[in-house]
Design a protein around this ligand. Structure first.
Ligand code: SF4
Length: 318
């Protein structure tokens, strides 16, 4: 994405390429090996969202049982709400910058800022209410704090995009709008992927960082050790659907604070190697078994209080 430091990422992927050469990735664990175990799904009639499998707050997979067998949704949750709003901000900002460039032609960064900055408050208001419709009711003071952080994130993204547009325009004086958009605004693009060959949903949306062909995931909450599973799931789906190797994953952590004018951003880049692939496939197979047999797997020894189902499993929410 345009707010990432490209040369910093290039260095990280250079190291990962060396790791890939020395460690390799087993052919049997590539998504295109979907006709045979361990990639072949246990059933061709059941599909999971990558998020359902990858968000491993619960070690026993009871969250999957509650969602898929008992049809219980997690109760309204501030973290989930924030995630939806900030993802919406990133998508909206990128779309608006692209639209204004296609509408107005080769305009500079200052014009982009002038056109779009006055619309930020309304856009954040709309995104917040859309997210509330998905998540459910939350406290007014929390909603206001999230709106404030969303506005500051949106403004940051517009300034970053405007600066990228200026950089490209100064470098290529004869560029056309199409190339300007392509060079200044990606390189992360949303790709629709059919994951059904590996037991995942038929219409997944994966973000792909094109220079390294790495699957990227944007996170706005805490760092969790299970975060690499989501890019792993998308990598298997892309390999199955398109027969294209996906070797690397990237998590973009964005931390927003009401006290800071700009977000803190850091990236974790990793090889989607055999171990991660095996772990993801084991989770998938266990989830199939739980749902197929409607089996409650019970609680783990410790339930993290940040698990979205914590209020359900501890009886605080009926
Ligand atoms: S609260 Fe505990 S048992 Fe329930 S889904 Fe979360 S981790 Fe699993």
């Amino acid at each position: 994405m345009f707010f990432l430091n490209k040369s910093d990422l290039d260095k990280k992927f250079k190291i990962l390429r060396v790791n890939l050469q020395s460690l390799g990735i087993s052919e049997e664990l590539r998504g295109w090996s979907w006709q045979n175990p361990p990639v072949e799904p246990p059933s061709r009639n059941m599909f999971f969202g990558v998020g359902d499998l990858a968000a491993r707050y619960c070690k026993t997979l009871r969250d999957i049982y509650l969602k898929k067998v008992e049809n219980i949704k997690p109760p309204p949750n501030l973290k989930m709400f924030e995630g939806i709003v900030y993802h919406g901000v990133a998508t909206d900002a990128v779309t608006k910058v692209k639209s204004i460039l296609f509408e107005k032609g080769l305009i500079g960064g200052a014009d982009i800022v002038e056109e779009l900055m006055p619309r930020v408050a309304n856009a954040c208001e709309r995104l917040t209410w859309d997210a509330l419709n998905t998540v459910g009711r939350l406290e007014d003071k929390d909603i206001e704090t999230v709106k404030k952080k969303a506005r500051s994130f949106y403004r940051f993204l517009l300034v970053q995009a405007a600066s990228q547009v200026n950089l490209i325009l100064t470098k290529f004086p004869h560029i056309d709008v199409d190339s300007l958009v392509n060079q200044a605004i990606p390189p992360i693009v949303e790709r629709k992927v059919d994951g059904s060959l590996v037991g995942l949903s038929k219409e997944l949306s994966a973000d792909v960082y094109t220079p390294a062909y790495a699957v990227a995931d944007l996170k706005t909450g805490e760092v969790r050790d299970f975060h690499p599973y989501a890019p792993t799931g998308y990598a298997l789906a892309i390999e199955a659907d398109e027969e294209t190797a996906v070797n690397f994953g990237m998590i973009i952590y964005i931390r927003l604070s009401a006290q800071r004018p700009v977000p803190t951003i850091h990236t974790k880049c990793f090889l989607i190697g055999d171990e991660l692939r095996r772990e993801f496939l084991e989770i998938r197979d266990e989830a199939f078994e739980i749902v197929a047999n409607a089996r409650d797997p019970g609680k783990p020894a410790v339930c993290p209080d940040y698990c979205p189902y914590y209020p359900v499993c501890t009886g605080q929410f009926k």
